[in-house]
Design a protein around this ligand. Structure first.
Ligand SMILES: [Zn+2]
Length: 125
């Protein structure tokens, strides 16, 4: 597989770049998105749902900036670790950004800006 793959997103007609590497994402995760770059391990295959999921993260990152996004992401995660009794998996899945991305990855149609806000304080997983 090629180390860098260009991927046209039909919805917004933008291009995401898939970067195959041996460092990102950390173990246990399939992909990590930094704006239009999706980092995956060398032999990972992405489904259309995975790509939609990462595209939603890209939209969220555009709304908050990369620092704002990851700062909030970590704060939501820490908060969830407190309320879900240090359950890593539940804490990760119930981060509002992940809730939005998982709940809406079947299709990218009609995403409203800041849609992740409606998942704050909700337990989805
Ligand atoms: Zn995600």
């Amino acid at each position: 597989m090629k180390p860098v793959e260009l991927l046209k997103i039909k919805k917004n007609n933008k291009t995401m770049k898939i970067i195959r590497n041996s460092i990102l994402p950390p173990k246990g995760y399939k992909a990590i998105t930094l704006f239009c770059f999706i980092f995956i391990k060398k032999d990972t295959k992405l489904s259309q749902r995975d790509i939609n999921h990462e595209t939603i993260h890209w939209e969220q990152e555009k709304e908050l900036g990369i620092i704002g996004f990851y700062l909030l992401y970590i704060l939501f995660f820490i908060w969830n670790m407190i309320i879900y009794g240090l359950n890593w998996n539940r804490s990760y899945h119930n981060i509002p950004f992940e809730c939005e991305a998982y709940m809406n990855s079947f299709s990218l149609e009609d995403r409203k800006h800041y849609r992740w806000i409606k998942y704050i304080g909700k337990t989805i997983f």
